[in-house]
Ligand binder design. Structure first.
Ligand code: V47
Length: 483
């Protein structure tokens, strides 16, 4: 048999797997056309036994957006304090002041971490903590300024991605600017946004570069009241990110799943995020269409978008998954490249969705099993399919594990986060290895391991900075970098 005969495409029959679900054909057509999926489509993707098609469709979208690239970064997590006024049921991180495990880092410690980060070639410090009841507002601006200053002193730069939306609202209270924010209706909302703007502006002046995606959990009031009562609700979380975008800061978003929420709650969460992103992209100058269809319809103005999660307004849909649609980061740093997107770079947006599987160990919901591996694959793939206007999907390897993250790169994810080093929020049990059976926070992998994992999964590893710009390393030891 000749080689030509071997490779010649014949009638290309579609593989018929035993579980193939013909109900997914309509979803496939929408994905192929780049059309926005409905919540009903999402329900089907969650309940079908044809998991392979779910993964395959997510891979199709992922490759359309990112081709063969898979991103990682060199970063360091810095948890500045675990002391927290809240006691969320899913959380094993928090401590009460005076408890043995409670800690709060001083500026000397912060400076030392920044120095180590620079020495390891890091481009980012990701810093979050509990809602500390007594630290003054100046602690938080000092924390950012100290990191930035130390990096500068060492002739380098560190992007500071810090404070979840929950912490930002706490800082509004610490800074005593949140009065009036609990007033009902528009008056309260206005006061809240002003308070958030005050705090974010001060943090930005100190050197804050972006907001991480934490604290979102699941945007559902029942789940909120049962598992994290006392935390901000979805409307406030979305408001913090909205104001950050207005100030030109990019942000991320998370979804904490696999505890007491329903699968449909995850879809509603995704829908609220993509509608908030419709708004953010419109602010940048992307134009969208109303309701069905996709992409940029020539001549149609996005106009004013009233939507926020709480107001339930009606923003035009803006998807990024149509072939040829430029990703925000591709125009944000090159404003001349795309005159169609006039405010790119001056307004922020959601960069990545990070589905976080619930870890039961040690928390008040410890009796729950946590999500299975298959559920993790499915949820991440569905996030890729539903969030058609999020440029990136991160398989946070710390929580997903590196082997699972490799498969996720083939089924929706394009990013696996970074070298991390210390991570205190969820710990790992290394059995007989590092930590000798105890849960530990030192969860570092080196760059070589990350690159190898990506290559093994069939992708080209691309080092990115926090804003998804390609990092170029100069010098013999590779510690000097630029974008
Ligand atoms: O908000 C807490 C979650 C989040 C548990 O923006 C838990 O790039 C699972 O937001 N089981 C913090 N999850 C982490 C986070 C994050 C991580 C990596 C990258 C980025 C980014 C953001 O961790 C919290 C909460 O949702 N969390 N406890 C738990 N037991």
């Amino acid at each position: 048999m000749s080689v030509a005969t071997l490779s010649a495409p014949t009638a290309t029959p579609r593989t018929s797997r035993p579980q193939a679900d013909p109900r997914l054909d309509a979803v496939r057509e929408k994905v192929e056309r780049g059309e926005r999926l409905s919540l009903a489509d999402g329900d089907l993707l969650f309940t079908t036994r044809d998991i392979w098609t779910v993964l395959e469709l997510a891979d199709m979208v992922r490759r359309r957006l990112h081709g063969n690239a898979a991103y990682y970064n060199i970063n360091r997590h810095l948890n500045y304090s675990n002391v927290c006024a809240l006691s969320c049921k899913f959380c094993d991180f928090y401590a009460k002041a005076g408890e043995e495990k409670a800690y709060t880092r001083d500026m000397e410690y912060v400076r030392e971490q920044a120095r180590r980060a620079v020495e390891s070639g890091a481009t980012e410090i990701h810093s979050v903590g509990g809602l500390h009841p007594t630290l003054p507002f100046s602690y938080y601006t000092d924390l950012i300024a100290t990191i930035r200053d130390e990096a500068k002193r060492l002739g380098s730069d560190l992007h500071v991605k810090a404070f979840t939306a929950v912490e930002i609202v706490h800082l509004c209270k610490i800074a005593k600017v949140y009065k009036g924010a609990s007033a009902p209706g528009e008056e309260g909302r206005k006061a809240r946004r002003e308070a958030i703007r005050f705090v974010l502006s001060a943090l930005k002046d100190a050197g804050l570069g972006s907001l991480p995606g934490g604290g979102a959990e699941v945007f559902d009031d029942r789940v909120h009241d049962e598992a994290y009562k006392g935390k901000i609700r979805s409307d406030v979380w979305l408001d913090v990110h909205r104001v950050a975008h207005e100030l030109g800061l990019n942000t991320n978003a998370t979804l904490l799943y696999g505890h007491i929420e329903q699968r449909h709650d995850r879809l509603v969460h995704m829908d609220m995020l993509r509608r908030a992103q419709d708004e953010a992209l419109a602010r940048m100058g992307y134009r969208g269409i109303r309701h069905s269809g996709f992409g940029i319809r020539e001549g149609e103005e996005s106009g004013h978008l009233g939507y926020t999660g709480a107001e339930g307004g009606d923003a035009p849909e803006i998807t990024l998954t149509k072939p040829g649609t430029p990703l925000p980061e591709h125009v944000a740093f090159n404003p001349n490249a795309e005159s169609r997107i006039p405010n790119a770079g001056s307004a922020g947006y959601y960069q990545t969705i990070i589905p976080l599987p619930f870890f039961p160990d040690g928390c008040d919901l410890e009796h729950l099993p946590g999500p299975s591996g298959l559920e993790n694959y499915r949820t991440l793939s569905i996030a890729r399919l539903m969030l058609d206007n999020f440029p990136h999907v991160k398989a946070f390897w710390i929580m997903q594990t590196l082997p699972m993250a490799q498969v996720m790169l083939q089924s929706g994810a394009d990013d696996i986060d970074g070298t991390v080093v210390w991570y205190d929020i969820t710990k790992v049990n290394h059995g007989a290895g590092v930590g000798a059976g105890n849960a530990v926070t030192n969860q570092e992998v080196n760059v070589w391991t990350l690159q190898k994992a990506i290559r093994e999964a069939g992708f080209e590893p691309i080092e990115r900075d926090t804003l998804y710009r390609r990092v170029i390393r100069d010098g013999a030891d590779g510690r000097i970098w630029r974008v």
